[in-house]
Design a protein around this ligand. Sequence first.
Ligand SMILES: [Zn+2]
Length: 439
Amino acid sequence: MPPESSPPPPPDPRIAREQAIADNTRAESELNRFIATKQDALFVAPDAFYRTQGADAIRTAPFVLDSLSRLNEDALDGLANDAQRRKLGPALDAHLQLTRDDIARHVSEQSKVWQRQTALDRIALLTKEAAYRHNDDGLIDAIGTAAGSAARAHARVGDQPPDVEAENAAAAKARSGILSAAIQARLGAGNISGATALFDRVQDQLDPTHARPLQAQLGSEQRFDTGSAYAGALMPVSLDTSADGVETGKPEIISDASPEPVEVGKQYAQAEDERHKAKDDPVYLIKKLEHTATPQDRIAHGDAPLEVVRPPPISIPLAKSPARAAPTPGDAIPIGKFAGESIPARSSKRNFNKAERADGNRIGYKTGCHTCGSRDPGTPSGNFYLDHQPASRLNFAGVDQRLYPQCMTCSARQGGQTSRYLKEAEEYARELLKKDPEQ
Ligand SMILES: [Zn+2]
């Protein structure tokens, strides 16, 4: 080391040139190190700043800027001389400024992401709320309005001028989502009528993307409901109530007399010639004028087509007709073409009294079995069966029944036919249920 007092020797120009080159290179090399460290902190490291999102980015930014400043100072401190510092200083400053701008941009973007996400989180929470409180119409409306506000806030995030149309559309869609969630929740709870009522009330507020699937689902549920009721109505539900009035819990058997052994070949005596009662029966004429004649009256007087028992009207909306035709009841089920007089039934039970028995036998021996015309009841006792019309198991409308004499063979056939018809009708109903036009 030269003494303090002596001036430095004049530099050799060649060495001075090399010295300048070395200072330059050192400065450039330090700048590279700074950039590499910065890149690692911002992009590469697992907790790199540009990987942070939303609120995290805003929280982290000051720390990142601070550590970049320290990195800047360290780089300058680590240099060998002021010449190197003069070279690196401005380059580092320029670089640092670029990085600060970039960080500010990321923070601003992530702030918007955060604001949008907060609005979306609010809408999601309100949607859940609507599902929890689906039975409260007033509350659902209020929740829909709140979701609309959140959607507007979501649409407003950013620096663009407000777009009223876009905000209105976003609010309407959010509201629609709330209403849809409430309707879904009602369906989920099995409240089909409530779901339908709400859907009908708010249909004009529903977005097509919400309305279409809801409509399909409601239609399907309604069809299932109607169809289930239909299939249920076709199932035999009345229980066998014997003359002693004790319910046995067994399905009702169709024959209208106490069971007796079948004796083949004791029927088929025809009574075709006596089928129709006189049309000019004065009692019947008065009934007709008064419009009080029953279908049975009209048939008894040869004044009406034979009635066929049909399944109850069904109002399941179908896109296609069912693959098979509706089942038709067997010939022994409806009022037969040999029907003459009949007597009113007191109930669907078979607890006939003596007068009813006598009346039934009188009619039976006169005009025969209402189905086949035989005047031989086919029973050992000589009693005709008394057949309820409409048949009890098919009397879905619950109309007043009447009693017609029937032979044992036809009564047995009627029982079999009714069981078969009910089974076919139920299968038919189930097939209708399967036909969902939306699927
Ligand atoms: Zn018969």
